[in-house]
Design a protein around this ligand. Structure first.
Ligand SMILES: O=C([C@H](O)CO)[C@H](O)[C@H](O)COP(=O)(O)O
Length: 209
């Protein structure tokens, strides 16, 4: 079944923990967003894992170099999954995977900025990544004409384990599930909702119904 991942793009550990507490019953993976990790450092990873030891904690490092080193740092801090950019050198991705193997953890490749996401997804899957994130970042989503459906159809076409991130909400999550995604990522649709717990619950119910 498709897992639900909450992307926490808030800027303090306190706010992130408060949100996670509300939505944890409905999500499988708790993602610490890149701006959050930059603002708070690795200690936000440690705090989240301590608060939610039974959830997968996803550190959205978006690593672009020193793949092994950055992955090891996040794994030591408590992360279960880290992201590496798909657009960078293969050696960076392979380095992170080697660190993951040593730690018993996993690597996800983020396809922001990748021109041919389908082809790159196949390449990095062969290296041994856990899944490939078909992702349009917040800046790309803000461009006129953005539509998550293109990502969803690319994910389906790639025929590798994948997630969809970039404006997933209650109107689109069923398309993500129908495409066979391993993970549906929802950030703003949860943390931006008036009632984040209700929003997460509705997304989870849409997945299982
Ligand atoms: O990864 C993300 C972005 O690069 C900032 O960290 C977002 O969390 C991801 O795009 C999902 O966010 P929503 O589009 O708000 O669902």
């Amino acid at each position: 079944m498709t897992k639900l991942q909450v992307a926490i793009d808030l800027l303090t550990t306190e706010a992130a923990l408060e949100l996670a507490e509300k939505v944890a019953p409905y999500v499988d993976i708790i993602e610490l967003g890149t701006p959050l990790i930059k603002a708070e450092g690795l200690k936000v990873i440690t705090a989240m894992k301590a608060a939610h030891p039974n959830k997968l904690v996803f550190a959205d490092l978006k690593t672009a170099d020193t793949g092994a080193l950055e992955a090891e740092m996040a794994f030591n801090a408590g992360a279960d999954l880290v992201t590496v950019m798909g657009a960078v050198d293969d050696a960076t991705i392979i380095g992170a995977i080697e660190a993951a193997k040593k730690a018993g953890k996993k690597v996800v490749v983020d396809t922001i900025g990748v021109k041919n996401r389908v082809q790159r997804a196949k390449e990095v899957t062969a290296f041994g990544v856990e899944f490939v994130e078909f992702h349009a970042g917040l800046d790309e989503q803000a461009l006129p004409g953005y539509n998550v459906q293109k990502l969803i159809s690319e994910g389906r076409e790639a025929q590798v384990p994948f997630s969809i991130a970039g404006g997933v909400n209650i109107n689109t999550i069923k398309d993500v599930v129908a495409a066979g995604a391993a993970v549906a990522v929802a950030g703003g649709a949860i943390y931006g909702a008036e009632d984040p717990a209700a929003a997460a619950k509705a997304l989870k119910e849409a997945i299982i119904s």
